[in-house]
Design a protein around this ligand. Sequence first.
Ligand code: NCD
Length: 357
Amino acid sequence: MRSLIDILDLSPSELDELMDTAVEIERHPEKFRAACAGKKIATLFFEPSTRTRMSFEAAMFELGGNVLSMSEASSSTAKGESVADTAKVISCYADIIAIRHPKEGAALVAAKNARVPVINAGDGGHCHPTQTLADLLTIRREKGRFEFLTVGLCGDLKYGRTVHSLIGALSRFEGIRFVLISPRELSLPEYVKTEVIEKNGLSFSEVSSLEEALPELDLLYMTRIQRERFEAPAEYERLKDSYILTPEKLALAREDCCVLHPLPRVNEISVAVDNDPRACYFKQVQNGKLMRMALILKLLKEAEKPERENSRGEFLLEGKRCKNPRCILHTEQELPALLKKTAGGVCRCIWCESAVE
Ligand code: NCD
């Protein structure tokens, strides 16, 4: 069953195809009004969400389908049900599932157990591929290309799952240069640097000053410091206002720089920036709904085809247990501690991708 767990599950040509469909939907919504008639999406959100959840729901309504919605407080998860069992059960009610969960690897567990396509709507600090779909359409519309861009990513690069997925997607294009702007404590995980950016022959620099980086950027991707992922609240308090983009700082940026943010914004972009033509974060929201419509259409269409082998092509081995406290391995009933060996010889947990010694 074709699911979307990691943005790399989609090839560059499939991404193009999704963006073309999204634009077509916006131009001719009437053509799509009954495209999912009789179909249901289940939105399973075990973490707070406004945009992602409502945009999946609005997307399905606009395709003529229906929505089954569940949030943590009212679900059997509160009674201790596993993600695997939840996925098996919901497969009896819905044609497609969008799941958000605080544990890294939870969406993959759901996909391995569901009988319908599963969409990862954010798993802990790991991935958030559908936000990347919104980001990509916005970049295509604003910059007209994905190649030869200098991309600044600013804020919480450690826990910011949208950053990890966006870097994955952009790393497949030629001439991308990443400028990683964060406090040292919130720098990008090692595996994203070595196994995503460097593996694709791209370069990156790490700086702590936003002002220093701004003049050279084609894109600035601001992020929220992810309070809910910190183990020590005092550490969050210390780092929370590390970066605030103001009109004065934005004056240092190029005329055609495009400012993105997955939202919600807490304090990291001042409201006065919203009127600047370079501020594109509310356009991202509209693009996100269109891309989710295109994705739902694609996955439902593929679900009608005969089952094909999972194409992840990973060589799996059983071994030591992953020590990432946010990994689904530690909470899910009887989940095997599977590892994959990367090209660089590092063993990684298949669920959350943390290195396992
Ligand atoms: C992001 C997320 O959930 O990771 N929000 C979203 O889906 N647009 C970003 C965030 O919460 O900071």
